[in-house]
Structure formats: structure tokens, C-alpha cells
Design a protein around this ligand. Structure first.
Ligand code: BTN
Length: 254
């Protein structure tokens, strides 16, 4: 059920309108349904909890009450839209740092703190009525007790509540986050994407680490070495061969 609607006309595109729900199956799904209507770019769907939250690679995203679950509707040009999904990790990390968790960015767009995931992003490109849209779904473990997450997730996850003594309300976190995403999106629209990828590279803590990448082609280990112009993670294997990783699962090795 919709419990509120907020407007902020100071924002450029992202978050001028926020639709707040108590519970949804998945904010990404609701956002996609809204694409059937004439809705403004930058509209945000926010839910207090999700009963069918989705993660990348067909995984579920545990979405208990206390966490922050939002989806943002964007209409970028299709050309670099996949890279936009990487870049939105930056404002998420920035918001976490602002509220006291010195998170880093694990490729492609996970926010992690001391190796434990605290936020994730699911960006989906969809055509509706011949127009390309991106639904950028962001899930942040804000006011969640770790034991409310599934047992298999707990060892590799953390929450803002666990890491910071100060209580941070979700609406306050969301307000800051949306300001940051709005800034990023206007830079994305007005700046060459290679400049933004340079920023991303500087914030991506996977660079320089040993990683194990599993893709449809199999598993390989090596050192994460660079971000390619297409946004791929360049991994150098132990024989000096370079590989570009975009899709699959990536483990950062100790
Ligand atoms: C991941 O790391 O696997 C991505 C997680 C994305 C979760 C968010 S929560 C809001 C939005 N709605 C969903 O169903 N998923 C995304």
C-alpha cells in the first residue's frame, strides 16, 4: 500500500517525486509496471520491506523491515547505460561514508565494509513503448539486525546499524542518497563517460586485489588490474593473460 508521496523540486531529475510504500513484492517490479504510464524520469519507488526482493544473477535480496529498498526510473541514452549501473555504486558508497561506514566499492557495484556487503544494486534496462529505460534498484542494509538476514548471507554481510552507534533514519539516508544520485546522473548526462569511469576506477577497491571470477566460460583467478573503456574489469591471470570480466560472480581472495 502506498503510504506517502514526497516532492523535492530542488533536485534536477532524480528524486523529484518519491512514492513510499509499506510493503511491495519488489520495488524494481513496481517501477517497471509504472513504465506503462506516463511517468517522469527520476521517479523513485520506495518500500519499507519487500517480500520478493531480487538481486543480481537471479538471486533473492532479503528485504526485512528496517532496510532501505528503492528503485529509480531513468531514461538514459542506451549507449552507455550498462556503465551507468556501475557508476551509481559511487553515490551509494558516498552516502554510507557520510553516515559513518567507510565502505568501498566492490566490482561491479556492491558496497562493502571490511569485506562484508552492506548494499547492492540491480540495474535493469527495459524497453517500454519503444523508449529505453533503466530501473536502478538499490538495497541498503540500514536499520537491520544481522540476524534478520538469511543464515547463508550473514557471514558476508553487514548493516549500518551494526557498524555505527548513531541511529540513522531511512528517510534521512534516502534524502542524502537521492541528492548524490541526482548529481551523479547529471554528470553522467553532461560529462564524457570515460571521465566518470576514471572516478569509478579510483573508488573501486577490487583493483589491485586477487580475485576469482566465475562466468559462463568457467572459473579463473588473477589480479584485478583495471577498468576497461567498456566498464569491464580487466583481470590479469598468473600467466600474464588479460581477461575482461563483466557478468558472473566475483570473489575477492585474501
Ligand atoms: C545485488 O547485489 O544482488 C543487488 C541487490 C538489489 C536489491 C534492490 S532492493 C530494491 C530493488 N528491488 C529489488 O527487488 N531489488 C533491488
Amino acid at each position: 500500500m502506498k503510504v506517502g508521496e514526497f516532492h523535492d523540486s530542488n533536485r534536477k531529475i532524480v528524486g523529484r517525486t518519491v512514492l513510499h510504500h509499506d510493503v511491495l513484492e519488489s520495488t524494481n517490479e513496481t517501477a517497471k509496471e509504472l513504465l506503462e504510464t506516463d511517468i517522469e524520469e527520476g521517479l523513485v519507488v520506495w518500500a519499507d520491506r519487500q517480500v520478493a526482493g531480487r538481486g543480481r544473477q537471479g538471486r533473492a535480496w532479503a528485504s526485512p523491515a528496517g532496510g532501505l529498498y528503492v528503485s529509480i526510473i531513468l531514461r538514459p541514452k542506451e549507449a552507455h547505460a550498462w556503465i551507468l549501473g556501475l557508476l551509481i555504486g559511487m553515490p551509494v558508497v558516498k552516502a554510507l561514508r557520510h553516515f559513518g561506514v567507510f565502505a568501498g566499492l566492490k566490482y561491479p557495484n556492491d558496497a562493502v565494509y571490511q569485506g562484508r556487503k552492506i548494499a547492492g544494486l540491480l540495474c535493469e534496462g527495459v524497453y517500454r513503448r519503444d523508449v529505453y529505460h533503466v530501473v536502478a534498484g538499490i538495497g541498503v542494509n540500514t536499520n537491520v539486525d544481522l540476524d534478520k538476514l538469511p543464515p547463508d548471507v550473514q557471514p558476508n554481510a553487514t548493516t549500518l546499524k551494526r557498524e555505527v552507534n548513531l541511529f540513522v533514519a531511512n528517510d534521512e539516508f534516502l534524502d542524502y542518497l537521492l541528492n548524490q544520485v541526482d548529481d551523479l546522473y547529471s554528470r553522467y548526462r553532461n560529462t564524457r563517460v570515460e571521465f566518470l569511469l576514471k572516478d569509478y576506477r579510483g573508488q573501486c577497491t577490487t583493483i589491485g586485489k586477487r580475485v576469482a571470477a566465475t562466468t559462463s566460460k568457467g572459473k579463473m583467478t588473477g589480479r584485478a588490474y583495471d577498468i576497461a573503456a567498456n566498464g569491464a574489469l580487466v583481470i590479469m591471470d598468473d600467466a600474464g593473460g588479460k581477461h575482461e570480466f563483466v557478468e558472473g560472480s566475483l570473489e575477492v581472495l585474501k
